[in-house]
Write a protein that binds this ligand. Sequence first.
Ligand code: SAM
Length: 269
Amino acid sequence: MTLDNSTRLANEETRRAWDANASFWDAKMGEGNDFASLLCWPALRSLLDPQPGRRILDIACGNGLFARRLAELGAEVTAFDFSAELVKLAQGRTSPPLHVTYHVLDTADESALLALGERDFDSSFCNMALFDMADIEPLFRALPKLLKPGGTFVFTLTHPAFNNATAMHVVEEVDDEGEIKTVYSIKVSRYMTASQSRGLAIRGQPEPQLYFDRPLQYYLNLGFQAGFVLDGFEERSCPPGHPQGSPIGWGGKFSEIPPVLAARMRLMD
Ligand SMILES: C[S@@+](CC[C@H](N)C(=O)[O-])C[C@H]1O[C@@H](n2cnc3c(N)ncnc32)[C@H](O)[C@@H]1O
């Protein structure tokens, strides 16, 4: 790996935090919480279009919940994460007849990525993890070599326009022509400038982790430079009336603001 010193330190801190939070994360996520099942999975499934026998690579698989869902649909799934603790938990949750091949692997390590198999995968995906990675450039360099011609890379993000370290969930009241209305909104004061900060993926987790905020153009341009085109895109929010996990957390009250973005990039032949 050829990371500069501050990126290397950030990467190491990130891995330590995910190892420390692994059991907590696994217990909370199980085989999919509301966020995963309602907001991420429908987009992943439609953009990946898994078919029996297709070779799919799950990048930063966490406890492997999406790898298992895809394997249940008949896909041949290889999944990896750099947290050895999470990979152990993922393996513990995967029993025959279900089969997923797991590895402990860091996306910053381009040659380890290539050792997964050049031109071996029909598609790849990374659910809610690119913003957890200190450096995503080695991954974008490796993907065109890992995928078959015309192969796809699907990624989901917490929508960067509405989620970053400056994003505040706001609730206000307004007297609208004699009707008192409650208005839910997001206030963001920085978007364009990439930055890193510590935060919580799930309330109550043992240790905060690093987040790497980047504007959407950064992700897309890395894909374009690597030879991909954008050929699928979804923004997803909870339907109105969907229960709130917390009083002003993502839920039906924020149905007009999408917490999740999903994109599919396809290798040009
Ligand atoms: C928010 S979790 C998402 C996990 C899983 N994709 C899911 O949707 O449940 C982010 C994951 O990224 C992994 N991660 C962060 N940086 C990584 C890196 N450089 N290489 C591999 N995995 C990484 C973490 O260990 C963690 O499992």
